[in-house]
Design a protein around this ligand. Structure first.
Ligand SMILES: [Cu+2]
Length: 157
């Protein structure tokens, strides 16, 4: 588990370095590490992700998704839990940094192309195009939730 995390973090670090060079060109509309916001009018493969708590743990079901480079995915998110949860798609390193920021501001709301916060018994969608190969992470960064297991992996091949 720790080993897998370390591998993810080092992959993320490499990706972050390459993302930095792109930042200046994309400053006007932000840049995203895991690819780019999708086009809802274009075909997309549906991936359903359920968020919930059970027996002291919090989880995404499934917590691992594989996609092909260039593929567009429509994440259909459902919060079936009793608490609010969020889905933030980035690198593991970015999510870890973001989680630290959220400890200072736990009510930070997310409604971004790569992230949504869902109240209990609500749904949301994210259409995303995975333009880069690598390993990315979807995480719920509400304080305590990553620690309770609310992290998932996207493998882009
Ligand atoms: Cu959560």
């Amino acid at each position: 588990m720790l080993r897998a995390y370390a591998t993810a973090a080092s992959v993320a670090l490499l990706l972050t370095c390459s993302a930095v060079t792109l930042t200046s060109a994309h400053e006007d509309h932000g840049s995203f590490s895991a690819g780019e916001p999708g086009n809802p009018k274009k075909p997309a493969r549906v991936v359903m992700i359920t968020m919930r708590e059970q027996a002291g743990k919090m989880m995404f079901i499934p917590d691992r998704v594989e996609v092909k480079k260039g593929e567009q995915i429509r994440f259909m998110l459902r919060n079936s839990g009793a608490l609010e949860h969020e889905f933030m798609l980035a690198t593991a390193a970015e999510n870890a940094k973001h989680a630290e920021e959220m400890k200072k501001n736990p009510d930070m709301e997310h409604d971004d192309p790569n992230g949504k916060r869902l109240k209990p018994n609500t749904t949301a969608e994210i259409v995303w195009k995975f333009t880069k190969a690598g390993e990315f992470q979807f995480g719920c960064l509400i304080p305590g939730h990553p620690e309770a297991g609310m992290l998932g992996t996207v493998i882009v091949k």
